[in-house]
Ligand binder design. Sequence first.
Ligand SMILES: Nc1ncnc2c1ncn2[C@@H]1O[C@H](COP(=O)(O)OP(=O)(O)OP(=O)(O)O)[C@@H](O)[C@H]1O
Ligand SMILES: [Mg+2]
Length: 337
Amino acid sequence: MSQTPSATPAVAAPAVDAAIPALSVRGLRKTYDNRVQALKGVSLDVAQGDFFALLGPNGAGKSTLIGIVSSLVNLSEGSVSIFGTDLVRERDAAMRLIGLVPQELNFNMFEKPLDILVNYAGFYGVPRAQAIERAEVELRRAQLWDKAQMMSRTLSGGMKRRLMIARAMMTRPRLLILDEPTAGVDIEIRRGMWQTLREINAAGTTIILTTHYLEEAEHLCRNLAIIDRGAIVASGPMKALLARLDVEGFLLDIDGPLPATLPVIEGATLVASDDHTLDVEMPRAMDLNRVFAALGEAGIRVRSMRTKSNRLEELFVRMTGENAQDSTVQPSPEPVA
Ligand SMILES: Nc1ncnc2c1ncn2[C@@H]1O[C@H](COP(=O)(O)OP(=O)(O)OP(=O)(O)O)[C@@H](O)[C@H]1O
Ligand SMILES: [Mg+2]
C-alpha cells in the first residue's frame, strides 16, 4: 500500500457539523513534472452522505483528482478539505477520514485475505483484537468469509476487487473513494458490488467513485461531476442532468433483414446496428408512431422494441462536446497516456 499513514492510533473521529461538505475542492490545479496540466482549476463539493460519481474519458484527470484527495499526489495550486479538515495543513487528520480503493490491485497476492485486512488495520493503528472482529464483518459483507484463509492470488478478479473494498473499510472511513472499482468485472459481480456499496453508503459513509460504466453511475449515484481535460464541464444531481437530455434512443428488433437503404424520417436518426436491429434516436417530444408508420411504408416490420439505456452516455458526449467548443479549455499539450 503506497498510502503512508501516520502511526497514530485510530481514535474515534470527532463529530462534524452536517453542513460541512465531506469533500470540498477549490481552484485545484495540477501540473506534472512533464508539464502536463492534468487539472486546470477544479472546484467541487460533495455533501456528507452523498453517493457521488466522477465521470470522464481516459486522461480527463479523475485519478489525478483522487490521487490529490487521498494525498498520493501533490497539488500544484488550490485547496482540498475533508470534512472541514485542510488536506495540506492537517494531512494526517484528513487522511484518517478517508478510505481509498485505487485503480490498480495493490495488495500482496501471497497473503491471505484475513491477514491483509488485519495487517492493514494495524498499520492504521486499529488494535489487533478489534481488527480481527472488523475483518470478519468486512469479509462477510464482501462475501469472502469462506476465502479468508486462502492465498489471495487464487481469488477471482471480482473477489480481488471486493477484497480491496473490504480492506478500505477496515479503518471505518467517513469518505470512501473508489477509482474504477468495477473495471473488468462482469455484470453479475458488478451488481453484487453495487449492493455492497449501497449498504456502505446507507450506513452513513460518503462515497465518491470514478467509473467508465455510465450505467453504474446512473444506478448508484445521486450527484455527479463530469470532468474533461482537467476541467469540470457539468455537475449536479443525476436526475437534473438527465432531464437536460431531450433525446431518446430505442433499439428495434426487425422481422427479417433490413433493406440496404433505410427510410429518412425527419428529426430522427436511424442506424442499422446489425441486419435485424435498428437504432433510433429522436427528440423526446416526437411521436414514436411516425417512426413506426415510416418503417411500415418501407416494408420494415418491428418485432419488439427496447429503450436504450444510454442516456448518461448521451449526456456525457454532449457535455464534453460542448466543452470542446469552449475556447477557454485548451487541449492537453501531451497525448493522453
Ligand atoms: N504521474 C504522471 N506524470 C505525468 N503525467 C501524468 C501522470 N499521471 C497522469 N498524468 C497525465 O495527466 C492526465 C490525467 O491523467 P489521469 O490519470 O488523472 O486521468 P484519468 O481521468 O484517471 O484517466 P483514466 O480514465 O484513463 O484512468 C493525462 O494526460 C495523463 O497522461
Ligand atoms: Mg484513472
